[in-house]
Write a new protein. Structure first.
Length: 217
């Protein structure tokens, strides 16, 4: 372990300690790589222990003398261990290589994650723009449907006014602008113009409804 730490620090990879079971690590390529040396255990014996109404199995272990160097995540990281012909202390270069590969793997993984994040953000922007365009198009469709509907209502209103005007004329009613019925005909024609999206809309007292809403708020 001393040889590993000495090499790392001589190559500019500072070693730090943190609280916890796997607290030793080195800063490699900008990322902290944990490492440790553990001794493998083997099962020595098993025994049954009665506890209240159930039986529990207790396994006793004993050290094997086999050392294992672990780089990276303790359970799934890179490992070197004592072998039949080669002890761990003679595998310094292999242990150091495992550390450097683990650091490089973290670097590559971080770059890949950053790239995926950029792609995700680009896709989110693309989707947001697509949603905006769809919303704009839907609004245009709604506007068109409203215009067509209002245009049809305006035509129906004018047809009704023409029939009413003709009926009142046949009955001899005075429809001059000064009379009540004449004023009524003028008002109805204005309402038809207000419905018609093609015709300039005359002003109405209804246009001032917003003033009351503002007053209530």
């Amino acid at each position: 372990m001393n040889a590993v730490i000495s090499f790392l620090e001589s190559e500019g990879f500072p070693v730090t300690l943190q609280n916890g079971r796997h607290g030793t690590g080195a800063q490699i390529f900008g990322y902290r790589v944990q490492f440790s040396i553990v001794e493998k255990l083997r099962e020595k014996a098993r025994r049954q222990v009665q506890e209240y109404s159930w039986t529990r199995t207790i396994i006793d272990y004993e050290p094997t003398g086999i050392l294992e160097f672990r780089a990276g995540e303790p359970l799934y990281g890179r490992k070197c261990r004592d072998g039949k012909t080669q002890k761990l202390e003679t595998q310094l270069s292999t242990c150091l290589g495992a550390l450097l590969r683990e650091g490089r793997a973290q670097l590559i993984s971080a770059r890949a994650a950053a790239q995926r994040n950029l792609e995700r953000q680009a896709k989110e922007r693309e989707n947001a723009e697509l949603a905006r365009q769809i919303a704009d198009e839907e609004q245009k469709v709604r506007n068109l449907e409203t215009w067509v509907s209002n245009w049809g209502r305006a035509r129906q209103t004018r047809d009704f006014i023409a029939e009413l005007e003709s009926l009142w004329t046949q009955k001899g009613h005075d429809l001059s602008p000064e009379t009540e019925k004449g004023q009524r005909i003028i008002w109805m024609k204005q309402q038809a113009d207000r419905l018609d999206p093609i015709t300039s809309s005359p002003r109405s007292i209804l246009d001032r409804r917003g003033e009351l809403d503002h007053y209530r708020s």
